[in-house]
Design a binder for this molecule. Structure first.
Ligand code: ADP
Ligand code: AMP
Length: 213
């Protein structure tokens, strides 16, 4: 099963992707995670991406598309979930060409709908593990021991782009550059909109129902 998971920043894409991967075993391709791992490794790609990410801007299309192409090329028949890509219409068009090139298809394009006030509360409270990337929330889903990951014991921190100024900018960038991607898939009647509000387990149930249709 090949899935695209869209939605505004903080909609729960990473949280739900982790649950889908655990249940269905596909490969999770998160462009944000790929960039964060490149930053951690201090690679040329990471240093380039960090300039944009810390401010909440998008990394240029050519950089993102090249990175995703390499990952998609390396998939050997395993299903995938693309989380956070495409985020612009040129990326969506490039994805079409890429899928054709590697004879791959998409079974579901799913959009997680969450109102803006909830996004701000989710993003400002988000905490992530520096080691394994597990996602927490300071209020609704804190780690058992403050600042320590339940899964791997590494430090749990706030992402630089979850600071107030970057969050505000990411929501503006989302409206300008990423919302048109929703229309791109809507025009093809291939987008399933899923209510991303309420408890994590309830959202997961809705995604599973959408996948079963
Ligand atoms: P995205 O990958 O779309 O940016 P995340 O999965 O990282 O979003 O979630 C953003 C924040 O919101 C995290 O702190 C996460 O714990 C929290 N969160 C995710 N899903 C829900 C939900 N259904 N209700 C409340 N908080 C949620
Ligand atoms: P995320 O982890 O999905 O919230 O992404 C974090 C940041 O990585 C974004 O704010 C962008 O700076 C960058 N990024 C991730 N995916 C993309 C993409 N598809 N296009 C451009 N920038 C991206």
């Amino acid at each position: 099963m090949n899935i695209l998971l869209f939605g505004p920043p903080g909609a729960g894409k990473g949280t739900q992707s982790a649950m889908l991967v655990e249940k269905m075993g596909m490969k999770h391709i998160s462009t944000g995670d790929l960039f964060r791992s490149a930053i951690k490794g201090q690679t040329a790609l990471g240093l380039e991406a960090q300039k944009f990410m810390d401010k909440g801007d998008l990394v240029p299309d050519s950089v993102v598309i090249g990175m995703v192409d390499e990952v998609v090329q390396g998939l050997s028949g395993q299903g995938f979930i693309l989380d956070g890509f495409p985020r612009t219409v040129p990326q969506a068009e490039a994805l079409d060409r890429m899928l054709e090139k590697y004879s791959l298809g998409v079974d579901r394009a799913m959009f997680l709908e969450v109102p803006e006030e909830q996004l701000i509360a989710r993003l400002s409270g988000r905490r992530v593990c520096k080691g394994c990337g597990a996602v927490y929330h300071a209020v609704s889903h804190p780690p058992k021991v403050d600042g320590v990951c339940d899964s791997c014991g590494a430090e749990v921190i706030q992402r630089p782009d979850d600071q107030e100024d970057a969050v505000r900018n990411r929501l503006i960038v989302y409206k300008k550059s990423t919302e048109p991607v929703k229309a791109f898939y809507q025009q093809r009647n291939s987008l399933v909109e899923v209510d991303g509000t309420g408890a994590v387990g309830n959202v997961f149930g809705r995604l599973e129902a959408a996948l079963a249709q």
